[in-house]
Design a protein around this ligand. Structure first.
Ligand code: ADP
Ligand code: MG
Length: 330
């Protein structure tokens, strides 16, 4: 059997069946980051993400500096999705020998810039030559109070579903880069794709105020990542397309790139926004958080019973069918 016949998530499932976590592992494979108990009330929160040339990035579309910033941001986003504080990171670099030293210098400048903004610093890594493409893998170590950590598996029927920011902008930015072969004038959609801002502060505040029952960051696409919460929480959900907080730039540009108006917002990956569920009593706290952080936070639907699955309603309240919910490798 080849990987392309089973897909990324079945592969992760096969891998996870081979491990038996030790007692201190509160959460192993299956969330945005692993959670390991290190004291009476504290945990380490650890995540790793690879960015591979021509899969996650193209050197013609970005700069080494922006690539460094993004590599850091995608890892910070997973720590944010647990409601944890990032602390230290390691970098594994696989890189062809003809690469210039200035590429590497600027890559690290970008990583360090973003890392520093969140009080995170580089403590090591590994380097290997590559026969073909560049691959950058970051492992980020964070910490949190055990009782504040937010997992994917605790959404409850009746909880409201919130997202930060506006979904689909990054995916549309990528479409613009691809269609113009990187020549498009930089705009906020392209910026969202090349230089995403991780929602670390919002994630921490959501955790500190115990606003969310479950949380994930949107890396594979809104629908696909919501499904991860639903599977792990054994719940269903209804989301309303009329409530999606699409950006003005998205609304203005989307039809030039796809005839499926909602497709990038529902299925496009790499938003690096937070998707979280909130009990009705905490609704106001979620709304106040938007005022406090200055980050748009919008309710897009509600958690339902498991048997309902994910139901998407269009502007007329009719069922909307998705062909594919998001990005998956292989
Ligand atoms: P995210 O999109 O939040 O980065 P992923 O979908 O990449 O999460 O991964 C889901 C879970 O599977 C995580 O717990 C991750 O650590 C784990 N995982 C992914 N790939 C592997 C692998 N090759 N070996 C072990 N665990 C993996
Ligand atoms: Mg994630």
């Amino acid at each position: 059997m080849q990987l392309k016949q089973i897909g990324e998530f079945k592969l992760i499932d096969i891998i996870s069946r081979q491990v038996s976590p030790t007692a201190s592992v509160i959460k192993g494979i299956g969330d945005d980051a692993a959670v390991i108990k290190i004291g009476k009330s504290r945990c380490l929160v650890v995540t790793t993400d690879i960015l591979t040339e021509n899969i996650h990035f193209r050197t013609e579309f970005t700069t080494p500096y922006l690539l460094g910033k993004k590599t850091m941001a995608v890892n910070l986003s997973d720590i944010a999705a647990m409601g944890a504080t990032p602390l230290y990171y390691l970098v594994c670099l696989t890189i062809p020998s003809h690469t210039s030293t200035s590429f590497v210098r600027n890559l690290y400048k970008g990583m360090n810039y973003t890392a520093k903004q969140y009080g995170t610093c580089l403590v090591g890594g590994d380097t290997s030559s590559s026969t073909t493409k560049i691959s950058i893998s970051v492992t980020l170590i964070g910490t949190a109070k055990s009782k504040n950590i937010i997992y994917r598996n605790n959404a409850k029927k009746g909880d409201l579903i919130f997202i930060t920011g506006s979904p689909g902008d990054s995916s549309l930015g990528l479409m613009m880069l691809e269609k113009s072969n990187g020549r498009i004038k930089k705009n906020n959609l392209v910026k969202k794709h090349l230089d995403p801002v991780p929602r670390v502060k919002a994630g921490l505040e959501i955790a500190r105020q115990k606003i969310a029952s479950s949380m994930i960051d949107i890396s594979d696409g809104l629908a696909a990542d919501l499904k991860h919460i639903l599977e792990q929480s054994q719940s269903g959900a209804v989301i309303n397309l009329s409530q999606l907080p699409l950006s003005p730039s998205y609304r203005k540009n989307v039809s030039a790139y796809t005839n499926q108006f909602y497709y990038p917002a529902l299925c496009g990956g790499e938003d690096y926004e937070l998707l979280f569920t909130v009990s009705p009593e905490k609704k106001q706290s979620a709304e106040k958080l938007a005022e406090k952080t200055g980050i748009p936070i919008t309710c897009i639907g509600e958690i339902t019973s498991c048997s309902a699955g994910l139901v998407i309603l269009d502007e007329n309240g009719k069922k909307f069918t998705l062909k594919r919910s998001g990005y998956t490798h292989f």
